[in-house]
Design a protein around this ligand. Structure first.
Ligand SMILES: [Zn+2]
Length: 294
């Protein structure tokens, strides 16, 4: 595929890349629309397949031409076409966010001829990281709504993460499948145990539960996908994000909102930051420390 793209005349290659980008953005928006359904229905035990999308106020089915991601919401100005009940702005936000994440994954793991190869990895990892980003979006939104991180996304994905690490040892910067698997297992145990111990210390110090066990299991998944170093980064980054968000909310006199936001979304956002920029941030950090230590 890459050779074929590189072999094309430049104008054709640019055209192919543009079509691919448009396709990926649309795919991301459509998946985002499906994630909205998952976020709403999974925690309350409804099927994600049936019934088809309907307005929660009047129950009227939403026809496909009024169910186009983002656009429909904009055209209807955030109201149901039938009963005019407001539709949450979160729907188009989730769709836009998912489309952006899909595009970023595609840019970084595909499209080398046009955008310069950022990371030398398998293009086959693109759907893997798409699924990972989608999982983070769903789980974070459910955590905000209900204060739970679902096991099916953390425990359920762990064996997949281990298997992938064996198939694509490059995920861990390795070239042998056994080494990829070992890195993944060490990351899983490290992330799980690390956050569990921190939570345990936190609950002893603050005399209340500092961290949900859902967070611990989720960190195990991040470790299995990215290795233990990523867990250290994700934990520090999530704490910083939480502190910044707390400060902003405090200054805008919305402090009550702050305590309502669980730790899961910060962990998820940090895992995405690691996915896109982590190794480079780590290199930069090491380059700062090493000269200072000499
Ligand atoms: Zn309605």
């Amino acid at each position: 595929m890459n050779e074929w793209l590189i072999g094309l005349p430049e104008d054709q290659a640019v055209f192919v890349a543009r079509v691919a980008i448009a396709f990926v953005v649309c795919l991301g928006a459509v998946i985002g629309s499906f994630l909205n359904v998952c976020i709403y229905r999974i925690p309350i035990g409804q099927s994600i397949g049936k019934p088809r999308s309907h307005c929660p106020s009047c129950g009227r089915m939403i026809p496909w031409y009024l169910n186009v991601p983002v656009l429909s919401w904009l055209i209807l100005r955030g109201r149901c076409a039938n009963c005019k009940a407001p539709i949450s702005v979160r729907y188009p936000i989730i769709e836009t966010l998912t489309a952006m994440l899909f595009l970023m994954v595609f840019q970084m793991w595909g499209n080398p001829a046009i955008f310069g190869l950022v990371r030398l990895q398998e293009p086959l990892l693109i759907p893997v990281y798409w699924a990972f980003a989608a999982t983070i979006v769903v789980n974070s939104a459910i955590d905000i709504d209900h204060g739970i991180l679902l096991d099916r996304f953390s425990l359920g994905a762990m064996p997949i993460a281990l298997a992938l690490s064996g198939f694509f040892p490059g995920m861990h910067g390795e070239s042998v499948w056994t080494q990829g698997l070992i890195d993944s297992a060490v990351g899983l145990v490290g992330g799980f145990a690390g956050l569990w111990i921190i939570g345990l210390i936190g609950s002893l110090v603050f005399r209340k539960e500092a961290m949900g066990f859902g967070d611990v299991k989720w960190m195990g998944l991040f470790g299995a996908l990215f290795g233990w170093q990523a867990c250290v980064f994700i934990l520090i980054c999530a704490s910083l994000l939480g502190a910044v968000a707390g400060l902003v909310l405090l200054l805008s006199r919305k402090a009550a909102l702050c305590s309502a936001i669980p730790f899961g979304p910060y962990l998820g956002a940090s895992a995405l930051i690691w996915l896109f920029w982590g190794p480079r941030l780590l290199d930069w950090y090491v380059s700062l420390i090493v000269p200072a230590a000499l």
